[in-house]
Write a protein that binds this ligand. Structure first.
Ligand code: C2E
Ligand code: MG
Ligand code: MG
Length: 736
């Protein structure tokens, strides 16, 4: 910012009221007297008086009434020479009251004159009505009149200046609130013209020009008003008004204010290259305004201008993803919203493209590798999709593409993404899940569309890596139900509406109860049980399973301790969701729970489903070893439902294989069912694992399992999952 005094130096160059160009300006002096001679005498006495370079102009009234009527029309009178006694004894004083209170003329100076030396108004009247002077007519010699009027005019001028400053300040304060940084530079510039014109008391007529390059002629007109209105967004060089263009060019070139006959160009130096110049034109000569005031205005503008620079930089940061240099989520929502009206009719589609197993990739290869992958994918989408497709990075590993359905569809997108990607010097094939939503399927805005596409994406992911799905209304309804459930689940966890039941596990050789499995239950406030096949997915997708899971673990370990205290030191099996298992803090949760409960860790068995154990997550084996290192056991739950590679299974440090209940139930069909159960039992034995059959419902199934050499069983044939108290009773009964 330049020195303010430099900036304001131009004011001294401005045509001052003393110079010729403002010669028509004068001071109005109103003579109020019922004696015509007084009028003549006064005019004669003061005729050639000049005050502050201006002559006097005389106005005449012969009664108080007449004076009031005249002042109503002509409000810029500087001094009133007012007779006290006219229509009434105190007509003059009454007039003063009306001038001040009714007409609201505060600046005009009033000199009371009286012919009767003995008659003086009350002293408090002088103070109350702001009477400038009180003189007897004889007292007012020519010389005295001269000095009295001169002093009055000077004080009138001062009051007027103060008044102008005050309202100017009000304008500035008011005006600053109009300089809404959010609206960006052009509307700021337009506001500057209006506010500056207001301040100068002239009609808004002018331009604001911003300098874009090193050369002053590189300016662009940011805003324009009045007869320059058409010039907005034009290059400065294209401005046909020669005076305006030259003044702006000079102003930007010389970096200082320019002053013409009836125009003014002010220079504003911005810190962030937003140097600009304001050109203001007035049909009347621009009156001198308070130096100080313009200074305040300029400072204000400078601050507003800086703010705008800041807001614009913030805005850029708010709309661009720095890693990929693509627009971000907010930008995509805005881009979609812009197309909502009209243009979006027909076949626009928003696709969300998600990198499968991205977090596993990062876990395995590090963030740098992950970043490179994101850049490669973003770059590919941007380069290969047509320009009219809006590509953005809308989430950590999710890209959005919004455009016509001919290009934004699973086939075209997969074609683009098929080729391997270059990261860390190697070529890698990446698998993607894609969720799509048609823009016209629902009357939705950008945010809705993104939400629905995300729902479709989730559905695609449920189907497994590399899948895609379109959003449908039914999916939307289901998702909303799930969201409700999630909300309820959250409060259930707080309200202790969740509880754990326990199902016994029996050793088939001895018939002894060797373990129990902890199973989660949720009874809603309405008393209904929520099925776990609805609850668990919701909890997993929301991440709430982490909190729920560790609560189950701690609760189960407390129960185990209490059962042990009753003489039943049973093994306790706790289910672990894939989301929990992959959670970075999972091991700490298990370690802390073991420490808190003081359980023999060899009595804790964590059940991990086959799909997790064999998902191919690079850290699976490592994490399982870490669990083993804590002393706990691992069971592979629902075994047989996945498509496990047997060689991989052999590498897993698991203690137990749980045959999925579907194979147990299939035992009823001697031909098809038995071979699988038999195979799993054989497999477990080969790998040195315990084999447990779950969901055993009847004695026939049980007998077959015994015959096949299965080690343990769990199911209704023994007992349903029970509350802790019921389990204690059941255990007691079984001993008898
Ligand atoms: P799972 O681990 O395979 O649990 C065994 C399921 O079989 C339980 O269903 C149990 O009630 C049921 N079951 C027991 N006996 C029989 C029987 O004789 N016949 C049949 N048909 N079923 C029987 P539940 O309690 O509905 O649990 C369903 C699944 O929810 C569990 O399957 C487990 O994967 C999951 N789950 C339960 N509690 C938790 C938990 O605390 N955390 C996590 N992550 N998952 C849990
Ligand atoms: Mg289980
Ligand atoms: Mg199971």
């Amino acid at each position: 910012m330049h020195n303010d005094d430099d900036q304001l130096a131009f004011l001294d160059d401005m045509p001052s009221p003393d110079s010729g160009s403002a010669a028509e300006a004068c001071w109005y002096l109103l003579i109020v007297d019922d004696d015509e001679d007084v009028h003549h005498a006064t005019e004669f006495a003061l005729g050639d008086l000049r005050v502050l370079g201006r002559p006097l102009e005389f106005l005449h009234a012969f009664s108080a009434e007449e004076a009031i009527a005249l002042l109503e029309r002509q409000r810029d009178v500087a001094v009133i020479l007012l007779d006290v006694v006219m229509e009434h004894e105190d007509a003059g004083l009454k007039a003063v009251e009306r001038i001040r209170n009714e007409l609201g003329l505060d600046a005009v100076r009033i000199i009371l004159r009286t012919g009767q030396p003995g008659y003086a108004p009350e002293l408090d009247a002088i103070a109350n009505y702001d009477i400038n002077d009180y003189k007897t007519k004889t007292e007012l010699t020519r010389g005295k009149l001269f000095t009295t009027v001169t002093a009055a005019i000077r004080s009138f001028e001062q009051i007027q200046r103060l008044e102008a400053s005050r309202s100017g300040l009000e304008l500035i304060i008011d005006g600053s609130s109009h300089f809404n940084a959010e609206q960006g530079l052009p509307s700021f510039a337009a506001a500057v013209i209006v506010q500056l014109s207001d301040l100068l008391g002239i009609p808004p007529e002018g331009m604001v020009c911003v300098r874009t390059g090193g050369d002053a002629t590189d300016g662009i007109v940011l805003a324009a008003a009045g007869r320059y209105g058409e010039m907005t967004n034009q290059p400065l060089a294209a401005v046909t008004e020669q005076t305006a263009r030259q003044m702006l060019e000079c102003c930007l070139q010389e970096r200082r204010n320019q002053c013409g006959e009836r125009s003014l160009a002010l220079y504003f130096a911005g810190r962030h290259g937003s140097n600009f110049a304001v050109f203001i034109e007035s049909t009347a000569a621009i009156r001198q305004i308070d130096r100080h005031l313009l200074n305040v205005f300029r400072t204000n503008i400078a601050i507003c201008g800086e703010n705008i620079g800041l807001v614009e930089r913030l805005r850029k940061a708010a709309y661009v993803d720095t890693l990929t240099c693509l627009p971000n989520r907010a930008a995509q929502i805005e881009a979609i919203d812009e197309l909502v009206d009209g243009a979006r009719s027909g076949n626009y589609v928003l696709a969300l493209i998600d990198i499968d197993q991205f977090s596993e990739t990062i876990d395995a290869f590090g963030y740098r590798f992950g970043d490179q992958q994101l850049q490669a994918v973003g770059g590919r989408l941007h380069a290969m999709l047509p320009d009219d497709v809006h590509v953005a990075r809308v989430g950590s590993d999710v890209f959005g593409a919004f455009g016509r359905s001919e290009v934004v569809n699973p086939v075209s997108l997969r074609n683009i993404l098929l080729e391997p990607f270059d990261s860390e010097g190697g070529l890698h094939i990446i698998s993607f899940s894609i969720g799509l939503v048609c823009a016209d399927a629902v009357d939705a805005d950008g945010a809705d569309l993104l939400r629905n596409a995300a729902i479709a994406l989730k559905r695609a992911k449920v189907a497994g890596p590399g899948n895609d799905a379109y959003y449908t209304a039914e999916v939307g309804v289901l998702t909303r139900q799930r969201i409700h459930m999630l909300h309820d689940l959250r409060s259930a966890l707080d309200n202790r509406d969740l509880f754990v039941v326990y199902q016994p596990q029996i050793d088939l050789a001895s018939g002894a109860v060797v373990g129990i499995e902890a199973l989660l239950r949720w009874r809603t406030a309405a008393g209904e049980f929520v099925p776990l096949d609805q609850l668990i997915p919701v909890a997993e997708q929301s991440g709430l399973i982490v909190a729920v899971g560790s609560w189950v673990l701690r609760t189960a370990l407390v129960a185990q301790g209490e059962l042990a205290a009753h003489g039943y030191p049973l093994r306790i099996a706790v289910n672990v969701s894939p989301v929990q298992f992959r959670q970075p803090g999972f091991l700490d949760v298990v370690r802390d729970a073991i420490a808190e409960s003081a359980i023999d860790p060899g009595l804790l068995e964590l059940e991990i489903t086959e799909s997790v154990a064999l998902s191919g997550w690079v850290q699976t084996v490592e994490r399982m070893h870490a669990i083993k290192a804590l002393g706990a056991l691992i069971a592979i739950d629902d075994f047989g439902t996945g498509f496990s590679s047997l060689s991989y299974l052999a590498r897993l440090p698991a203690d137990c294989l749980k045959i999925d209940r579907s194979f147990v139930h299939a035992l009823d069909d001697q031909h098809s069912g038995t071979p699988i159960a038999a195979m799993v039992i054989q497999l477990g034995k080969q790998l040195g694992m315990r084999v447990l059959a779950e969901g055993v419902e009847d004695c026939e199934q049980l007998q077959t399992l015994v015959d096949l050499g299965c080690h343990e069983a769990q199911g209704m044939v023994y007992a349903p999952p029970m509350a802790q108290q019921d389990l204690l009773v059941w255990l007691g009964n079984r001993e008898r």
